[in-house]
Design a protein around this ligand. Structure first.
Ligand code: CO
Length: 213
């Protein structure tokens, strides 16, 4: 017996629901996708990209990994960014972290977690980089939440520093990189105000804006 039949039933209901609203929705979508946004988020099941921002299939190009990291040697993530910027020509790249991120929490633990510790090493490095800022906060939960924010801010910088985004800005392509964080406890998004459009009008990712977040 297929224990996952309920998922297929859910899928049929979902498909019918959308077609009731727009009979040609899937037919048109099958021809092309023209999303304006690339979402780089955490794999956490509690942070479903499309649902959070109320967007339908076709509206959001998505890359998710543990703790929404953008690592300069990660060909998977870089390929997604390159396709989104060069082919789909998205106008916005949103790096979205979330409070209570299990990856961030695990990165600070001393006990080993296996292979993933190599991935989480990137977060430990961020914790070391901002050790002083974090030491000013009271309580481990506050420090963890702040590290979730600092991680997003660093990943926004990483996206902005890719050759893909730099070359897009050099040729005058309209493209803004944003840093957001999602609250699992209230279902709300917060803008960390570190947007970068590659020009002087951008919110600068500086020590000033770090303190004001
Ligand atoms: Co997470």
């Amino acid at each position: 017996m297929n224990k996952l039949l309920h998922l297929f039933a859910n899928n049929r209901a979902w498909s019918e629901n959308i077609r009731e609203t727009d009979a040609t929705f899937f037919e048109l979508l099958a021809k092309q996708q023209t999303p304006e946004y690339l979402w780089i988020g955490c794999s956490d099941s509690r942070v479903p990209a499309n649902e959070i921002v109320g967007l339908l299939p076709g509206d959001l190009f998505v890359h998710r990994n543990v703790s929404n990291l953008v690592v300069h040697t990660d060909m998977n993530c870089l390929s997604v960014i390159q396709f989104a910027v060069d082919v789909l020509r998205v106008k916005h790249i949103i790096v979205c972290g979330h409070y209570g991120c299990g990856g961030i929490h695990a990165a600070l633990e001393e006990k080993p977690h296996g292979l993933i510790d190599n991935w989480l090493r990137n977060i430990r490095d961020i914790a070391i980089k901002y050790a002083y800022d974090l030491s000013l906060l009271d309580g481990s939960e506050n420090r963890l939440d702040r590290l979730c924010e600092l991680n997003v801010i660093d990943q926004v910088q990483n996206v902005a520093n890719t050759t893909i985004v730099r070359e897009a800005w050099e040729r005058g392509q309209e493209l803004t990189v944003h840093g957001w964080i999602y609250g699992i406890k209230d279902g709300l998004l917060r803008d960390l105000k570190v947007s970068n459009s590659g020009n002087a009008d951008s919110d600068n990712v500086s020590s000033r804006s770090l303190r004001s977040v």
